[in-house]
Design a protein around this ligand. Sequence first.
Ligand SMILES: *[C@@H]1O[C@H](CO)[C@@H](O)[C@H](O)[C@H]1NC(C)=O
Ligand SMILES: *[C@@H]1O[C@H](CO)[C@@H](O)[C@H](O)[C@H]1NC(C)=O
Ligand SMILES: *[C@@H]1O[C@H](CO)[C@@H](O)[C@H](O)[C@H]1NC(C)=O
Ligand SMILES: *[C@@H]1O[C@H](CO)[C@@H](O)[C@H](O)[C@H]1NC(C)=O
Ligand SMILES: *[C@@H]1O[C@H](CO)[C@@H](O)[C@H](O)[C@H]1NC(C)=O
Ligand SMILES: *[C@@H]1O[C@H](CO)[C@@H](O)[C@H](O)[C@H]1NC(C)=O
Ligand SMILES: *[C@@H]1O[C@H](CO)[C@@H](O)[C@H](O)[C@H]1NC(C)=O
Ligand SMILES: *[C@@H]1O[C@H](CO)[C@@H](O)[C@H](O)[C@H]1NC(C)=O
Ligand SMILES: *[C@@H]1O[C@H](CO)[C@@H](O)[C@H](O)[C@H]1NC(C)=O
Ligand SMILES: *[C@@H]1O[C@H](CO)[C@@H](O)[C@H](O)[C@H]1NC(C)=O
Length: 822
Amino acid sequence: MRFRPTGLILTLSLGPALNAATNLTSLVNLFIGTSSGANGGSGGNGFPGAAVPHAMAKVGIDVNTAPRQAGYIADDSPVTGISLMHDEGTGGNTDGGYGIFPLFPLGNCSFTSCPATLQARSTLRQFGSASDSATPGYFTTMLISGIQIEATSTRRAGLIRFTFPAFTAPTTNHIVVDLVDDLQRSFQGGSISISPSARVMLSGTFLQSYGTDNYTAYACYDFADPAQPNATRLVQFGTYQSTSVSSPNTITITPFNTSLSYPFTGNTNPIQAGALLEFDAPAGTAESFSSTVTARFGVSFISSEQACLNAEAEVPVWDWDAVQEASRAQWENVLERVALPNLENEDATVVELLYSSLYRASLVPANMTEENPYWSSPYAFYDAMFCSWDVFRTVHPLLSITSPLEWADIVNAYVDGWRHTGYIPECRANTKAGYVQGGSDGMPILGDFAVKYGAHASELGVPIGDLYQALVDTAENTPSNWYMVGRQNTAWITFGYIPTDWVDPSGAMGLPTREASRALEYAVGDFAVRQAAVALDESASDIAKYTNRSMNFVNHWDPTVSSDGYNGFMQRRYPNGTFAFSPPDACSPIDPTPHSCVRGTDNDVGFYESSSWEMSFFAPHSMSTIIRLMGGDELFVNRTNLYFSMGYFSAGNEPSFQMPWMYHYANRPDVSALRVRQVVYTFFGTGIGGIPGNDDSGAMAALLVFHILGLYPVPASRQLLIGSPLVSSYTVHNQLFNTSTTVTVQNFDATTLAATPPAGSQVYVQSVTVNGVQRDSICWIAWDDIVGGGEIVIAVGADPTTDGCGSAPDSRPSSLEQGGFA
Ligand SMILES: *[C@@H]1O[C@H](CO)[C@@H](O)[C@H](O)[C@H]1NC(C)=O
Ligand SMILES: *[C@@H]1O[C@H](CO)[C@@H](O)[C@H](O)[C@H]1NC(C)=O
Ligand SMILES: *[C@@H]1O[C@H](CO)[C@@H](O)[C@H](O)[C@H]1NC(C)=O
Ligand SMILES: *[C@@H]1O[C@H](CO)[C@@H](O)[C@H](O)[C@H]1NC(C)=O
Ligand SMILES: *[C@@H]1O[C@H](CO)[C@@H](O)[C@H](O)[C@H]1NC(C)=O
Ligand SMILES: *[C@@H]1O[C@H](CO)[C@@H](O)[C@H](O)[C@H]1NC(C)=O
Ligand SMILES: *[C@@H]1O[C@H](CO)[C@@H](O)[C@H](O)[C@H]1NC(C)=O
Ligand SMILES: *[C@@H]1O[C@H](CO)[C@@H](O)[C@H](O)[C@H]1NC(C)=O
Ligand SMILES: *[C@@H]1O[C@H](CO)[C@@H](O)[C@H](O)[C@H]1NC(C)=O
Ligand SMILES: *[C@@H]1O[C@H](CO)[C@@H](O)[C@H](O)[C@H]1NC(C)=O
């Protein structure tokens, strides 16, 4: 086994600077998808604070109204603090995840009566969310108290600066260091200590936001820059704490007290507690913002001492501009992996959407290497895999093109999860296993790595034999609780489907719901094992076994069910083989009857966050089978059209992601070209409501990147559907191969950039040429083509081609049933 030394990623040559003259970070709009209220959360639950790529520390302000999954909402809500960690775009608890150890600035108050509690200190922003601005690596806002808040950060540390209004007479400024308030108010115990050197150390146990467990986090704040002892001006400090649990919002402030400690209770504790620091402020003028307090922070999951070490190691010098510039440079490096050679002439909105989406697609998962509280390992540790169900479709395939070095580390974190728990993690977040939504969708992620980088695995430091074993174990074994990790393989292997109303004799537990959608995802997971087995030259019997199992999705097809004039739908099934009927529109956006469509036992529909209407299209590895079951190309196309026109499409949720592209399989890439534009221009935009659903750890962001580039990845395969891009050219750079591949759209027509391209506009792909050789198919290319270096030319025109994808036998994208993916 070879390990790649840590730190290699940042020191490897990243190849040519593709946009040397351009400042791509300036094109990122961090506020897309931060509006309130849509889809059971904000219009995206986007996190607009300061963070480096794959950061553990995600520093941002929190508001006091929910839903606020990422702490922030672009509205007029009062601010309760600036806290150290957040999720990006997730669903889960509507109060949010993390939001731990917030700071809050209070101006001139009398020390023992300062309004330190969450309720008392909540303060409006000067102009609501118009007071906020951010660029990659930097966030700022202005409160009505006249206090400006700024943040910048590294992977596990950073700086937070408060600039107080100046007074003509000397005054005092205060900072609250809050021990207990995470976004969920779920404090279960912890402690805070203050040293006279102006160092505050904290530890706290809180509930995870999507699961049943708790986690313990640590932080360290320094308020004295050793290089500038005179600038600090700490004149007084103490603690505040609730007078009692029954009166949590009445506090006592105790000057000179240096510590508070609350034993772990197992219940959430409603108290208020923390530290209060007073800084002396010299007289100034109203114009001179001379009165600042800067805090350096570190976070950790190991100990508060480690949090201090993280701060000292990552921000050794309190040089704000250097920290911010280093963060910006890391982002520039990520963003320039997709370059626009013709940037000045591209549509400005598309450019903003592209770079804002590339940004969000690299915020998570979080690199928590050296911060794993549970086992020690030479491998990278990643968290905020929230959830693989969300990110396997687009985020990981995007990483596979542009970011193999980071991706290899993330894949290693998945494999290491199996190594230490027996199963591939599915939804690890806040360091703990979260709920399983459908399949164990780390499987298509690992399968994708095997098919794309299996031959380079040792170079990338991934023990590929372990990766394969992780896939097999997750495909074969049934954990004691498959609701938190793994799959209900007992049922899947015994029946070839997931039976409804069946008591598992193995004693394995889980919520026996979502039977049909779980089975459809299990089939894709088994396809991923099959693909890995082929790529890694595993035994013929493994290949045959998983090929066979991956086709078992057909066992949920009930040909007798009709809806809207179409026959045959995926349905639940009893152990005796009889189908259990659910209306195909149940749990669709136009479901006429209220149903529970999530995880609970009250989900009696059989589908998770999707309908039978939609999931009946989900077999990305054998779409020809679906077309056959649906009665052929023409019925399939008509049925897909009806799916869109009736409103079964749900732009904001993952099961819908593939749908605009499905016409490719029925030889109609022309319809896909129109659908992709319709979806992008109907549902996405650069406003705060510009994401149609939760961003889901960058899943929607990566989807939009693919739509813009005219690509859609087929899970666990080296195939990408190709279409009509929204930019005239782009270059993707692959770090490992040090290749640049330029895709040029011949006859690119900017008038097609609309929900409905005008008649006669050149929206349809006519031919695809890779390094001078015209391809038989205009519907797909190989991943090797997009990372292989050189030139891909997509010619577009006003008329759809007469022979669909092309006339060769393999012009259509692959399907297992047709002998594809050989
Ligand atoms: C993750 O953290 C490790 C340990 O500091 C570091 O070596 C690696 O470069 C980091 N990777 C990314 C993508 O930040
Ligand atoms: C990457 O390729 C560029 C030319 O495209 C070359 O200048 C550079 O030296 C290469 N870097 C490495 C590490 O091979
Ligand atoms: C990049 O653009 C931002 C926003 O326009 C600007 O603040 C920053 O100084 C620029 N940085 C560089 C290195 O040009
Ligand atoms: C600051 O607060 C103190 C105590 O409440 C008060 O005496 C003083 O006037 C205040 N100073 C200013 C500038 O408001
Ligand atoms: C919470 O934390 C405690 C102490 O670390 C631990 O014993 C317990 O198992 C955790 N989980 C839950 C669900 O309480
Ligand atoms: C800090 O202030 C003291 C007292 O005013 C002064 O003697 C000393 O030179 C100052 N130190 C620095 C580094 O400015
Ligand atoms: C600080 O105050 C709390 C609450 O009054 C008390 O329990 C604790 O012992 C004090 N700590 C110190 C170091 O005095
Ligand atoms: C899978 O294997 C079983 C048992 O050999 C067989 O009955 C079934 O037809 C196979 N399914 C497919 C799709 O080949
Ligand atoms: C199969 O089981 C279901 C549920 O118990 C029952 O309604 C149905 O009649 C059974 N079918 C047959 C053919 O026995
Ligand atoms: C598909 O829809 C078209 C247009 O509505 C219609 O003419 C055609 O008959 C339909 N095809 C089938 C097989 O139903």
